[in-house]
Ligand binder design. Structure first.
Ligand SMILES: *Cc1c(COP(=O)(O)O)cnc(C)c1O
Length: 392
């Protein structure tokens, strides 16, 4: 109890894949050499394969928001009408970006903890036939809600609008058929399910979206997707890339390939299910019970509690870094992530720690009840047949 390992358990940054970290030691490499081009090309093609798309995939040196901004500044013109689904802090980021670039945004707002429904998108598209784009989060990390981007994509595909999906915590946590569902732009980030530190953003871009880039007039310079595409074809990035992170990405993608993207998603789904059942056993309410995603589970603090106490106890007692709520949700919820390099043992430990934190602060729990729920979820997912419980 005097040794505490620091564990990064937030929905970004997420736990790091150690061999990817070690690979970063090989950063004494020049980015305009064939050695580096080979790594860059492999990373791009692995990303495209894991995202499961035939669309172009680009890497940008930025956090995820940079790639979000690049989609706005490269594919739209001032004054164009767009529909923005906003179900939390990241939806609000789309709204702010649209406003910053002078787009005319129709905002479909869902209460925190709820999702925007595909019918609302279809309705807004019908009411605004001049719409040029629809923006959404596949997974709204601030609330733990998941959007039905498949149905939304079908509605958008019937129009001239392009569908721009922030899948920064969707990739690797939920199935996304980019080509089949008409997801024209899909944005990802290195510090989520990709198991490496923050600093790289990715996006896939469909032919329908590229066509837009031909006529779009919003100003941009550093994030120039057409220029980036030309350079990517040569195995290079437009500007000096974050070589250490590209090397880490290449290593992590190799690991994800060996696991399988579908298995990585299944892993997150298992952790999310197990977390929900543990919360129920501990008498805790979910913040987003209706459309819970598998990237992160947001749990309400017991009535009258500041969730900051739980976050602080995790950190001070156990070295576990978990996420508080963002914005007005701060103090009300805490969030347990399921993204990337996160396993059964991580979750079992988090739930064991949570039980102690709850009990030590006056929320009655039966020690082990949440952990047992996680174990039963594991047994279910792994097809283990357990001997009858109740003895020993
Ligand atoms: C993490 C995250 C982002 C990107 O945030 P950055 O800090 O710019 O990396 C965007 N959208 C969602 C849904 C996220 O979870």
């Amino acid at each position: 109890m005097h040794i505490r390992k620091t564990r990064l358990l937030t929905p970004g940054p997420t736990p790091l894949y150690p061999p990817a970290l070690h690979a970063m030691m090989g950063s004494d490499i020049h980015h305009r050499t064939e050695d580096f081009r080979n790594i860059y090309r492999a990373a791009l093609s692995d990303l495209q394969g894991l995202m499961g798309t035939s669309n172009d995939v680009l890497i940008l040196v930025a956090s995820g928001s940079g790639a979000m901004e690049s989609a706005v500044s490269n594919l739209f013109s001032r004054g164009e009408k767009v529909i923005v689904c906003s179900a939390g802090k990241f939806g609000e980021r789309w709204v702010e970006m649209a406003k910053a670039f002078g787009l005319d945004a129709v905002v479909l707002k869902a209460e925190y903890g709820q999702a925007v429904r595909p019918e609302q998108v279809a309705g807004a598209l019908a009411a605004n036939p001049e719409t040029r784009g629809v923006f959404v989060q596949a997974s709204e990390t601030s609330t733990g809600v998941q959007h039905d981007v498949r149905s939304m994509g079908q509605a958008v595909a019937r129009t001239d609008a392009i569908f721009v999906v922030d899948a920064i915590t969707g990739l690797g946590a939920m199935p996304l058929d980019i080509d089949g569902w008409g997801l024209d732009v899909v944005v990802g980030g290195s510090q989520k399910a990709f198991m490496i530190p923050p600093g790289l953003a990715f996006l896939s871009i469909s032919p329908k979206a590229w066509k837009r880039a031909e006529s779009a007039t919003l100003p941009h310079y550093y994030f120039d997707l057409k220029k980036e595409k030309k350079n990517a074809a040569l195995g290079e990035s437009s500007w000096t890339p974050n070589t250490s992170l590209v090397i880490a990405l290449h290593a992590a993608l190799g690991y994800i390939k060996s696991v399988g993207m579908d298995k990585l998603i299944e892993n997150a789904q298992f952790l999310a299910r197990a977390t929900r059942s543990a919360a129920a056993e501990l008498g805790l309410e979910l913040f987003a019970p209706e459309s819970p995603g598998s990237s992160v589970t947001a749990i309400k603090a017991p009535a009258g509690w500041d969730s900051g106490l739980i976050v602080k106890e995790f950190r001070n007692r156990f070295g576990a870094i978990i996420a508080n709520g963002q914005g007005s949700m701060k103090g009300k919820i805490f969030r347990i992530a399921h993204l990337g390099y996160f396993d059964f043992a991580d979750l079992a430990a988090v739930v064991a720690e949570l039980e102690l934190i709850l009990a030590a602060n006056g929320h009655p729990v039966r020690l082990g009840a949440g952990v047992a729920a996680v174990q039963r979820s594991y047994a279910g997912a792994a097809g283990l047949k357990l001997a009858a419980e109740g003895r020993a």
